[in-house]
Design a protein around this ligand. Structure first.
Ligand code: PLP
Length: 463
């Protein structure tokens, strides 16, 4: 393995070059096309028999991969809810790779303690009670999976069943949700309950918010012994918040597990004027949030808060003699999906330390003001129409009078300007364009650039 030894001997120079390349990439983010044209692809090559070393692999990266990367970390990538990466979190992520800690169990490293502290800082950030315990996951989908699995375990225990041990046989479980994120259905598919386990609760008119009167009668009528309610704190298109106070009351009456998906909506708690939207969330059994979205740490990093660590432990516990490590701290492999786990807590820990609660509060407020400015421009324009009032960080619109196919064409044209990247959405059954602000680098100047890009495509150019 002479090549490995040579690379190790040259590591300092390689690391310096990679750091330099990375800072240049960051600096150029605002100038490169937001969505990469991926037409060129990769050259077809067989697996190398003898590799050429790290320097040559880096050269191949810069030649073939770098030019085809998107500016998803940059200020005008408004697709999905993508978030950026703060300087402190990027540095931390390099350190994660360099130190390569496995945060499966405590005993050999401080890494578990870092994750515990990061989780408790997140509770402070969101002003959630310390009765919740936190674990970092690979993303909100993984957190929703944990939510579905814990809820399932709880529903089983109400029927004297240990589902994690003996399976679902004989259990009766019904799930209620109004506008669950698609990943929640995936979570119930993983859980063995199935995507069809969800009974859809109607929404309030012209909204994605759950009609709690409907939930009340549906819970009353349900014959299932185990009940689960999935509520939304920020739906993906309308950014609607379910009435968590009322829902938690109903859950208490019907002994239902309450899981709240607040992947990005939980960050509304950082703004005093919006905090009441999530009133009652402290009564939930479990909560999902994403760190790789509005916390602006690199992928992949989600957050799962749970009030019942015992249930989480029953669900995820790994019983194997070689894993029997004596320690007072929890082993995160017993609380999450993976056994071996990335040290993803470090970017969260370092970024929270670097920017504090005020820094994040300003970031969220700034992004919401930018979304509002774009929404206002769209409302005033003759060519576009706003479909939903902009309440948080998402703008939902379409070219005036356009429908499904035309909306798709317009979105393609908008993205092909290279100035902005947006993604599709559905509002009340009709095609829409979604722009979500969640990056620390975005400024009002960027909003102007986006408006100019939209302005450059009017009338026939648009559809
Ligand atoms: C409300 C909500 N839940 C869950 C998810 C899934 O998140 P992830 O892509 O991190 O798995 C998203 C992603 O957009 C979301 O908006």
């Amino acid at each position: 393995m002479a090549q490995l030894e040579e690379d190790a001997a040259n590591f300092e120079g390689l690391a310096r070059d990679v750091a330099q390349w990375s800072s240049q990439f960051q600096a150029e983010l605002k100038n490169r096309p937001v969505a990469a044209s991926t037409g060129r692809g990769l050259p077809k090559r067989m697996l190398a028999l003898n590799g050429n070393g790290a320097r040559s692999a880096f050269d191949d990266f810069t030649a073939h991969i770098a030019p085809q990367l998107s500016a998803s970390a940059g200020p005008r990538y408004l697709g999905f809810v993508t978030g950026g990466a703060t300087p402190a979190s990027i540095m931390a992520d390099w350190l994660v790779a360099a130190t390569d800690q496995n945060v499966a169990a405590p005993g050999d490293s401080i890494a578990t303690e870092v994750e515990l502290q990061a989780a408790s800082w997140l509770l402070e950030l969101f002003e959630l009670p310390s009765s919740f315990e936190g674990i970092l996951t690979s993303g909100a989908t993984a957190s929703n999976v944990l939510g579905a699995l814990c809820a399932r375990q709880h529903a089983g225990s109400q029927q004297n069943l240990d589902i994690a041990k003996a399976g679902l046989s004989g259990s009766e479980i019904e799930v209620f949700a109004a506008t669950p994120h698609a990943s929640m259905q995936k979570a119930f598919s993983f859980s063995g309950l199935g995507r069809d386990a969800i009974t859809f609760v109607p929404c309030l008119p012209n909204s994605e918010k759950m009609d709690t009167n409907a939930l009340k009668s549906m819970l009353k009528q349900s014959k299932s012994k185990g009940k689960i309610v999935v509520a939304s704190a920020g739906t993906v298109t309308g950014t609607d918040f379910d009435d968590l106070r009322e829902i938690s009351k109903l859950c208490k009456i019907h002994k239902a597990w309450l899981h709240v998906d607040g992947a990005f909506g939980l960050f509304a708690r950082l703004m005093p004027s919006c905090k009441h939207w999530t009133e009652g969330i402290e009564l939930a059994d479990s909560i999902t949030a994403d760190a790789h979205k509005w916390l602006n740490v690199p992928y992949d990093c989600g957050i799962f808060f749970c009030k019942h660590p015992k249930i989480l432990q029953q669900t995820c516990s790994v019983a194997a003699p070689y894993l029997d490590i004596d320690n007072t701290l929890p082993a995160f492999m017993d609380r999450g999906i993976e056994n071996s786990r990335r040290f993803r807590a470090l970017p969260v820990w370092m970024s929270l330390l670097a920017y504090g609660k005020n820094g994040y509060q300003q970031l969220v407020e700034k992004n919401c003001a930018q979304a509002l400015a774009l929404a206002k421009w769209i409302s005033d324009s003759n060519d576009y129409e706003l479909l939903v009032e902009c309440k948080l960080n998402v703008v939902v619109f379409r070219p005036v009078g356009s429908r499904d196919k035309e909306v798709k064409i317009a979105l393609k044209k908008i993205n092909s300007t290279g100035k902005v990247y947006m993604t599709p959405g559905i509002w009340q059954g009709e095609a829409a364009i979604r722009a979500a602000f969640s990056n620390w680098q975005t400024s009002m100047k960027d909003v102007k650039i986006v408006c100019n890009a939209l302005k450059s495509l009017t009338g026939k150019d648009l559809v």
